[in-house]
Structures are given as C-alpha cells and as structure tokens.
Ligand binder design. Sequence first.
Ligand code: ADP
Ligand code: ZN
Ligand code: ZN
Length: 732
Amino acid sequence: MSPPVPTLRVALPVPLPQLFDYLPPGAAPPGPADVGRRLRVPFGNRELVGVVAALGEVDAATLPALREATDWCDETPLLQGELAQSLQWLARYTHAPLGEVIATALPGPLRRGEPLPDTHAWGWVLTEAGHTAAPRLRAGTRPARLAALLSSGPVDEDRLDETMDEWRTAARALAKRAHAERVPLAVTPAPPEVAPGPMLNASQQAAVEAIRAADGFASFLLDGVTGSGKTEVYLQAIAHCLAQGRQALVLVPEIGLTPQTLARFRARLRVPVHALHSGLSDNERARVWAAAQRGEARLIVGTRSAVFTPLPQAGLIVVDEEHDGSYKQQDGIRYHARDFALVRAKALGVPVVLGSATPSLESLHNAQAGRYTLLRLPHRAGEAKPPGVRILDVRKRLIQDGLSPEVLTGIGQALAAGGQVLVFKNRRGYAPALLCHDCGWTAACKRCSTPEHRTPMTVHGAGRRLQCHHCGARQPVPLACPDCGSLALQPQGVGTERLEARLVEAFPDYPVLRIDRGTTQRRDALETQLARLGEAPGILVGTQILAKGHDLPQLSLVIVVGIDEGLFSADFRASEKLAQQLIQVAGRAGRAHRAGEVWLQTHHPDNALLQTLVNGGYHAFAHAELQQREAAGFPPFAHLALWRAEAKDPQVAQQFLDEVRRLEPAHDTVDRFGPMPAPMPRRAGFQRSQLLLSAAQRAPLHHLLDAMVPAIHALPLARRVRWSLDVDPMDL
Ligand code: ADP
Ligand code: ZN
Ligand code: ZN
C-alpha cells in the first residue's frame, strides 16, 4: 500500500457543502503556514479563487482524479486568527458552504484573488552601501542633496515633494546603484487627543464606566430613548478604547451612516474614520479592509458587511440601532450582523455594546435572562423634552388624500410658528392600489399573482403609471377597467406622492420635500435635500427613511398617517416593527430647541398596541409582546429555520420541499410547519413555497439541519429550484 498524499483542503465559492482537495501548486509540500492563503484552482472547466481551510490527505489510489492548484494569490495567509475562526462558525451556523461565507466576507478585489491593496505611506531610506557612499557624492548634486535628506532615517514621499524639486530623478539614480530604496512606512498611530464633549449625566457616566471596566468579552444593551445621549456614551467608550491603542468597530444601519454622523465621530475623536458603506467602490472597500488588517485603521464605522472587517487589535464593537432590520442579510448568506458582532466580540475577548431606543425583543429577552448587562438612559440629555403624543381619531372625518382637517390645521399652525413638520407614511408611490368603482376589479401584477392571491400594483406618477414593488414591473394605467369596461378607475389609499401633492396644494408658500426610496436613489441626495431646507419652516413627507439620520432641530410636529395597515398583519413580528417605527419617528420631534408633538392619525384609536405605546411607552409594549410571544412559542422563546424554494414550474418548489421534509431524521423536539405556499406565493413569475422548523432549544434544531443539508444538495430536484435555508429568519 502506498502512503497517503498530503493535500490542501480548499473552500471554494460554489453552492456545495464540502471542501475540495488539491495538490499545492509547484513542488513545495503543503504545510500549516498555507492555511488561510488564497489560491487559484481549476474547477470543472473554470478557474476559481479559493482559500485553504485545512490540510488533508487522500489515498494515493485517487491520485489521477486529484488536480493541482494553478498558483498562489498570497505569500502569507490572508485569513487567519479570529476572523478565520469566526467565519467557520458562521458557515456552521448558517449551514452554508464555507467558501460562500468567505466570498461574502471579502471585498470584491480580494475575492477575485487580487493582492491586498497598498495602504501604506511610502518613503525612501539609504541602504548600508548608501550610507558609506554618501560622503563621496559630489556636493551640491541632486543625489547628494537627497542622500543628505535621508541621512538620519526614512523620509515620507509627501515630505520629499515639499522639500526638494525633482527628487524622484535623484532617487532613481541612488536606487540604480543600490544606495537607496523605497520602503513602506509603518504608520504609528498618534495617541488620540479627544475633543471635550458635554458633561455626562449620571446614567451616561454609569454606562461609560461599566463599559470601560469590562475586562475581556462583555455584552451590554444600551437602552435609551432617542436623544438620551447614547452616541455620547459610544464616543467616550471609543475614546477609551483608542487611548489603549486598540481598534474600534461601529456598525450603523444603512440610513444612519450620514456624513453628519461621520463628522461627529471625526470631530470628537480626532482620528481618521474609515467608513464602509454601499456607496464605496470595490477598491475602496478593499483598501479599508487592508488598512484594518494591518492595524492602520483604528476606527471603522460601517453598515452591515463592515462586521467582516479584520480587527487584529480589537478593543470594542458598537452596534447602533441594534433592532434595525438592515442588519439582517436577506439573500445569499443570510447572516445577522448584530448577532455575528456578538460572536466576534466573544472570540476577540472585547466588549460589545448594542444600543437602541427600541431594542429588539431578542435583545431585551437576553438582557432579562442576564446574558447582556442592561444600561439604561431613561431621560433625554441636555435641554430637550420628550414629545407629547396624541392619538387622533379620524373615524367619520372627511379625509382628503389621507389627511384630516385637524391635521391640516395643525400643520398650518406649526409652520406659522416657524417650525418644520414631518409627515410619515410607510408607503411610497401615489396610491397602493387602483380600483374599479363599478365592479371592484383591482390592478394586479401578472408576474406576482396567482388566482387565489392577487398582488396589487402601486399607482405612481400622479395616477398615470402602475408599478409592482415586488418585481419592478411597470405599465401605464389602463384607460378602462379590463373586466367591465368602466372608466371609473380610481387610486385607492394613500402613498407619499399623494400626500406630497396634497400638501403642496394646501401650503403653497412653504417648501415640501418628499423623501423615500423614489427620491433618494443617490446616497447624498437626502443630505442635499435637507441642506436645501435648512432651518426654514417647511414640510418633510416620507417613509421610514425619515425615522433616523440627519438631525432636524427645527422639527416641532410629527404626523403619522395611516398606520392602520400595520396593525393587522399576519407576520408575528409586525407589531414589533410597527412599534419601533412609531417610536423612532416620534423621537425625531423636539430633539433640540423646540418642544415637539406627535400626532397619530388612526381609524383604530382603541387598538391595544397603540394604547400601550402611547400610555406606557416602548417598554410597556415590549413587556406585553414578550408575554404573547412566550405563550405562542415564537422567538425569542423558540428558534426558527426556514427553507424557501421557488421555481417557474408550478408545484416543483412544493415537491422539492416535500422531499426535504422526508429527509428529516426521526425526532420529536423540532416542530415543522409546511411545506406550504409562501405568504407571497408567486413573485416575478416564480412559484414560492416554504417549510418552517421551530424548536425550543437551538441545539436539536442545528443537529437536525446538520443531518439534512448534505442530503438536500444531493436531491435531483435541488437543481431545478432556487432554494435557500434561513436560520433565524426575520420575515416569514
Ligand atoms: P442618542 O444617540 O441617544 O440619540 P445623542 O448622543 O445624539 O443621543 O444626544 C442627543 C443630543 O444631546 C446631542 O445634541 C448631544 O450633544 C446632547 N447631549 C448628549 N449628552 C449630553 C449631556 N450629558 N449634556 C448635554 N448635552 C448632551
Ligand atoms: Zn370594472
Ligand atoms: Zn410583480
């Protein structure tokens, strides 16, 4: 028998659950120092970039089938230490291929095998030969002058640009004789001298001290109303971390990462802030990644995927607005950045701070169970007073384009007093549906509807266009009802465009700014628009994009229109999302100079959720909601995993999930629901089904998934459907 052959076990970005064995490129045998290096390998008739995940060995008998890797992309491991281990954890937790998890974590250029980009400043030094030769150079010549400049140590290229003309010619001359060389300069982080902030109040002080006192991993839930000074707590905790010579990572929701936020961090901490957001190019992302890995980036502030930043000298992780839905990735690798931040903080042995005015029920539950230390900031900091909240009963009122007469009067008064008004409606477009008044027909998207389930198209363009918000399909509004020929087609309900039109008409002397995904395609559009409004009286109308971000010190009145749809949703998280939205948008009022008011316009003034929120606040709501979740056996009292499948052929997705279900080994600790049609049974021409697993304990659920996933990849139908597994799904 011949001895086994040592191999590299490579994680590849392909939807297959295993690692792949390769012989190393060239003659050198595989060794432990190869783990974490990227390399190019032949795969089928393609070439892929993978990462060595482990060393292996195969029986020599399989040798003819074993292929040799093409070449290395790295001299030394790119992925190592904590990040490599945490990504392995994430692959196990999401039951996704490690290669795909790594591909999700790496910026594009690194995923494609490109070298780590330059982040260093470059400078020039004299070699030993250069030092010996320098005195013999002819005085006054450029090489002699440059050699003199370099005689006491390396000099930055920027400095040379400032001090000497045409130094590059001289440098080339010295380099040719090996008297000087170009070197990357180590960046010595200057100890930050922090700008003074406001005197902290007692609750803030207690929070900062608790975080500073953490020795190693500790998790905190910083639970404080909007304007209570959470950001001040982050700033002080970060200042402490930086002063210890450690790196800090701050995660913020996509719409929270405004130039204003970054400027606040920069101004106070006086260190470069490395921002990571969707507006960056791939190359810029790669540079931030590299700078963080080299320890040059000390403070990284970014959205969801910034959670994959390497932090070799980590000291603190902050997750702001931890309840925000944008932390959950909804396709590909379905990770939750907040949860992964906790895993990383633990592996790194550093404190993690989750902050919110409306903590997720998961986090509140964890705090109650003693897994997080609860830090409360119960009052607004500084001068600001909490806004007064009023429920406006609009039953039997004449509502025009979504607005009652009281609301219009209230807006008029607020404007006349010099204030700004925010009108919030979580529906973009002109109207959510187009209805035939004679026969009841509604315009539905052909690609997203089934005979039993019609998905209405949204009316846009002041009533002229129809658009499907699920698949993007567009068409003009028909001239007559396709069912009965009637001309009585009317937009039904209210979206932000319709509110805007009404407000422009009612208040012609004031600016009206509509802010939703339709108007803020570009990243800086929101900022530009708000800057145009400035401090002048005016009206903002928009979706939840308005619920956070830019500070609006002149805002005195917030009107919430038409929350009623959200009160009766089938999704068990709908109440939580609605409560968070209401509290967040209400929190925009009265943040600074002006006392604020919030009016909720509703047809259901006695609704229990609204009453609890208005009378007891978010915590009263959360307390009641957690009890209901416990009684119903929903998260956080249960752990869920959701199989989704979709296919063009009707029934195929359902058949596939039937087979998935039959693969389940015998067990009695995991409940299953389905397979059944998804809440949206058809989208963009695909029939959709789902199968939900639920368990009181995490472990049995994961054991079950461990057993199922490899078998599922082998199902023939797996190739005919698009399927995915979502562990801890947020949308069912
Ligand atoms: P949050 O992040 O909780 O919304 P911020 O940290 O942004 O709150 O604080 C809200 C406002 O109150 C900011 O203008 C901030 O400068 C101010 N502020 C925060 N803490 C204090 C304090 N201790 N004294 C005075 N003003 C404060
Ligand atoms: Zn009709
Ligand atoms: Zn559609």
